[in-house]
Design a protein around this ligand. Structure first.
Ligand SMILES: Cc1ncc(COP(=O)(O)O)c(C=O)c1O
Length: 414
């Protein structure tokens, strides 16, 4: 007989609280003091952000790494480097943060959503290809949850249609696809350095590329299109319209410290996450992330899909039962595909204009986002339950989580 659930008065699987994520140590403080001792926190005339950019570029084996204020900014910088014509279409996934899509609209382009694969939440290459038109200017791929998308297939499509690819690596830092780091496979890679990410400084972003034209434009785009003299004392010109996304030395200092720990953080998440996947095989009605054999998974979070038909409860209820067992479950990331949020569904953009959807530069049929547009993305979100996972866990936390999932599932299925 199944053990009595903690929610019904049974003993919880886990008695002790889970450890918090260990984010900072004295190395961060040391770099911050060095930053303050420079007498300025303005990166163009200081060192920390430049050090971070150089080290990040070296780590990825590319010529350019351009730091900015957020992951959203990093994607905007990447798109600004490509410089699509207004009214172009950019194909991307609806399973992401709005930070993947806002830059498309900010560049006066129209987001076109392709569906995802249900078992990984990553873009379905066939649907990406089906969405290409003569107006398509770029593809933005998200490596969802930390597992790389099908990059060979996507790059093949992109090359055949001569389209640049931006990899949104916000959730997939230092993660390899067939031995290559994601972020270096497409023309540009963009990373969020926000608090929850593998590499973080509270808020920040970085864009990488090995392409000289894109790299030089990215460096200008992050700073209002501004070119400086060699000694960075004077502004030379404003080359084109661009926002100001300069990172400060405070973020740069923390990143210099965090970068030393990144490899270890990612490795630990990979080990613990893969262990949890193994321990959750064969639980009725519970689908751990599908693992593709040719790529790593760095587990920004740990998504479960809960099959209500098998278990007789919603993912939210399953999460409550896990929480009663002492497991940090719940809070399904976002809850629905991006196009179902009002900003996109109702095309709430500049004033009352609905631009760029209604702009004269847009030559396609009117774009409408509707429920049912990407069925896998919608079903995936309906089934989603996140386990908030991090590198501060030990094998013990993984075992307890697996034991609780087994216990709840077997109590529900009798
Ligand atoms: C896949 C993805 N892209 C973009 C972003 C935006 O990053 P930021 O919040 O740093 O702007 C996020 C943030 O979580 C994300 O998960």
């Amino acid at each position: 007989m199944a053990d009595k659930l903690a929610a019904e008065g049974g003993a919880p699987v886990r008695q002790k609280p889970f450890p918090g994520r260990p984010k900072f140590n004295l190395a961060d403080a040391h770099h911050l003091i060095e930053a303050l001792e420079q007498g300025t926190l303005f990166f163009p005339i200081a060192k920390k952000v430049f050090d971070f950019q150089r080290r990040f570029a070296d780590m990825y084996g590319v010529r350019y790494a351009v730091a900015s204020t957020s992951g959203t900014a990093a994607i905007h910088v990447a798109l600004g480097a490509i410089n699509p014509e207004p009214g172009s279409e950019v194909i991307t996934t609806p399973v992401s943060d709005l930070g993947t899509v806002a830059p498309i609209l900010l560049q006066n382009c129209v987001p076109i959503f392709a569906d995802v694969q249900l078992d990984t939440f990553n873009l379905d290459p066939a649907d990406v290809e089906a969405k290409i038109t003569e107006r398509t200017a770029a593809i933005i791929v998200v490596h969802c949850w930390g597992q790389p998308a099908d990059m060979d297939e996507i790059m093949d499509i992109a090359r055949r249609h001569e389209l640049p690819v931006i990899e949104d690596c916000a959730q997939a830092h230092l993660t390899r696809y067939k031995g290559r780091l994601v972020g270096t496979i497409g023309e540009l890679g963009a990373f969020s350095l926000q608090d929850s990410k593998h590499l973080q400084c509270g808020d920040g972003g970085v864009t990488i590329t090995d392409n000289q034209e894109y790299g030089e434009r990215a460096e200008l785009f992050v700073d209002k299109g501004c070119d400086w003299t060699e000694d960075r004392k004077y502004r030379v010109r404003y080359a084109f319209l661009a926002p100001c996304y300069r990172m400060t030395e405070l973020q740069g200092a923390v990143l210099c410290a965090q970068l030393d720990r990144l490899e270890e953080i990612v490795k630990r998440r990979q080990e613990l996450g893969d262990m949890l996947v193994r321990l959750l095989q064969g639980v009725p009605g519970v689908h751990p992330p599908a693992r593709r054999p040719d790529r790593e998974h760095s587990y920004w979070s740990f998504p479960l899909r809960i099959d209500e038909e098998v278990l007789g409860v919603t993912p939210a209820r399953f999460g409550e039962l896990l929480v009663a067992e002492g497991i940090p479950a719940g809070g399904a990331w976002l809850g629905k595909p991006l196009y179902m949020f009002e900003a996109l569904a109702e095309q709430i953009t500049y004033g009352s204009s609905h631009c760029p959807f209604t702009c004269p530069w847009y030559k396609g049929d009117p774009v409408q986002y509707y429920e049912g547009m990407c069925p896998n993305a919608e079903l995936g979100f309906r089934q989603l339950l996140c386990i908030w996972f991090h590198e501060g866990w030990t094998e013990r936390e993984v075992e307890d989580t697996a034991a609780a999932v087994h216990k709840v599932a077997s109590a529900l299925t009798g």
